[in-house]
Design a protein around this ligand. Structure first.
Ligand SMILES: Cc1cc2nc3c(=O)[nH]c(=O)nc-3n(C[C@H](O)[C@H](O)[C@H](O)COP(=O)(O)OP(=O)(O)OC[C@H]3O[C@@H](n4cnc5c(N)ncnc54)[C@H](O)[C@@H]3O)c2cc1C
Length: 529
């Protein structure tokens, strides 16, 4: 390590709030992929117990049976249609992509892959960290199922809806849904893996707000599941992970009247990073449920270079009440912020600020593939996650700052570091076995991540990856688990880390609804067979 927290590091980072999305985009939106340096474990045919693959697949027959469209490699748009959000996945070449227009289309696709014995996966927003929404068979893309409607405090949301459209439509009705930050993330992957965001301490994770799920199962049945009907499958959809039990076509959610919303951002001299991070962790057990906050410790590689320690957050309440909550914490930290912002904000603007598209139109706050006016580009990144159930010791704090700050010097041309997101509040008021989301007694989640720009050599990416794997171990306590929505193909013991004591029930749900393991990928819930 060539950089230590106790060195005199004045931040050269531009003094502006760093939002949750830019943590994974590094502000450097890669326009194209780097050459396939990292491994991918998408769905594979090895787990399937269906009939052997015949020599020739009659894709025309499937296309003719569908209301939606089927894209084959010969189609001019195939290169774009086969892309995922993470630009490092350049080696994904599905045999076909089905843009389904209905549950019936999904059922036809499932019948087809069963008859032909080819791998299948589903795709909503395409943001899977492991690339698991692509495979070398058929990708069932639900992005055309994107209608959103509200009746009272219930919303029906098509499984292909992007977060920005959900927040815009629901927000226009004066209602709020507590989801994640990235505007281009799909509602399906987010919900099925839990869905943690800036309103989770007030209203629970996204999956806690589920009322019902419309899903097509491995035997092509179209089910409406809820706590009253197929209750175990409904339970599994509340955090059991995307892609495991069927293809969801729509979700029913409880939505909430929008409260007053205030935001804050505090940046500090980097020399105080360990103190700031430690003080922030101590603070979490005493803040009200209405206050969500995170702490970022980041470093940025060449050419700009720089370091950042920032506490930010979203409060369901007034600006003056938020200022009153922040004042004692600022005194406790003992180092004056180098940048300070506290202000009230409209719901949609707040979500756009958190999602990295402040000042843009809703149309621009999409990827160009989702909307012709979209301006948000893909990025290349790798990440690992963990949890803390108690604040870090001073040795752990120093190690965390050391790792985050050394990232940019050890790995050429990257941006990254550590993001700590507060848990607690409504998240922790739900019993760990009440839903498939087990992480109910945590102080905060941790995400270690780095992004690299287009043009970074595969060798640098590979070297960076190795360094990152080793160093993350100094920061992420293995015993506390990992977040299944930050799915990590390199994680040993992932079943336990993602699902803990809920794993056995998830396996029994898999046995009931997908006994042939049709929906199989490297980290899918297994059957008991
Ligand atoms: C920039 C960025 C920001 C993020 N911010 C947050 C955040 O604030 N909070 C948070 O909790 N997470 C966040 N995430 C993680 C995110 O929740 C997961 O990556 C999630 O799985 C993405 O869902 P998706 O639909 O976009 O991805 P996809 O890649 O389409 O799907 C993810 C998984 O779900 C499966 N799936 C997709 N559609 C369906 C369907 N219709 N039925 C059944 N299974 C399906 C896929 O097969 C895949 O296994 C972020 C990710 C990124 C890249």
């Amino acid at each position: 390590m060539s950089i230590h927290a106790d060195e005199d590091l004045e931040p050269r980072w531009t003094q502006r709030p760093v939002n949750r999305r830019s943590f994974l985009t590094g502000g450097l939106y890669a326009a194209a992929a780097v050459g396939g340096a990292l491994s991918l474990a998408g769905c594979s045919s090895t787990g399937h117990k269906s009939v052997p693959r015949p020599k020739r697949l009659d894709w025309a027959q499937l296309a003719a049976a569908m209301t939606g469209s089927l894209i084959l490699p010969s189609n001019p748009s195939y290169a774009i249609d086969s892309e995922l959000y993470n630009a490092k996945f350049t080696n994904l070449t599905p045999q076909a992509i089905a843009y389904v227009a209905s549950s019936e289309d999904v059922a036809r696709c499932i019948d087809f892959v069963r008859v032909h014995g080819i791998p299948v996966t589903s795709r909503s927003g395409g943001h899977s960290y492991g690339g698991y929404s692509s495979c070398d068979g058929l990708v069932i893309d639900v992005s055309q199922l994107s209608s959103i409607s509200i009746a009272g405090t219930s919303a029906t949301v098509g499984a292909g809806s992007r977060l920005i459209d959900v927040y815009n439509t629901i927000g226009n009705q004066g209602m709020l849904l507590p989801g994640g930050s990235c505007p281009t993330v799909g509602i399906a992957g987010l919900t099925l893996g839990g869905g943690v965001g800036v309103f989770a301490r007030s209203y629970g994770i996204l999956a806690d707000n589920l009322q019902s799920v419309s899903i097509v199962t491995a035997d092509a049945r179209q089910l409406a599941v809820s706590p009253e009907s197929d209750a175990d499958l409904f339970w599994a959809c509340q955090g059991g992970g995307g892609g495991n039990f069927g293809v969801v076509t729509a979700f029913g959610f409880t939505v909430h009247p929008i409260p007053p919303i205030s935001l804050f951002t505090l940046q500090f001299p980097f020399a105080a990073a360990a103190d700031v991070l430690g003080s922030w962790q101590q603070w979490l057990s005493s803040i009200p449920d209405e206050l969500w906050s995170n702490c970022l410790v980041l470093s940025q590689g060449a050419p700009q270079g720089g370091y950042l320690v920032q506490i930010g957050g979203v409060f369901c309440g007034s600006q003056s009440d938020l200022s009153d909550l922040l004042a004692p914490r600022l005194s406790a930290i003992g180092t004056a912020p180098s940048y300070e912002f506290v202000g009230s904000e409209e719901y949609l603007n707040a979500m756009m600020i958190e999602g990295g598209c402040a000042g843009l139109t809703v149309a621009a706050c999409h990827s160009p593939m989702q909307n012709p006016a979209g301006t948000l580009q893909r990025s290349s990144f790798s990440a690992k996650s963990g949890y803390l159930n108690v604040p870090m010791s001073s040795a752990q704090l120093s190690a965390a700052v050391r790792v985050a700050s050394a990232l940019a010097t050890e790995i050429p041309a990257v941006n990254g570091g550590l993001a700590f997101d507060s848990y607690g509040g409504a998240i922790n008021q739900v019993d760990g076995s009440a839903t498939a989301f087990i992480h109910r007694d945590m102080l905060c989640g941790i995400q270690a991540s780095y992004t690299w720009p287009t043009g970074t050599s595969p060798a640098d990416v590979q070297a960076g990856s190795q360094w990152f794997q080793t160093q993350a171990a100094f920061v992420l306590p293995p015993a506390q688990g990992a977040y299944q929505n930050y799915i990590d193909p390199t994680l040993a013991g992932w079943q336990d880390a993602y699902y803990g004591s809920n794993l056995s029930k998830l396996i029994s749900v898999k046995d009931s609804y997908d006994p042939d393991d049709l929906f199989h990928f490297a980290q899918s819930i297994p059957t008991s067979a």
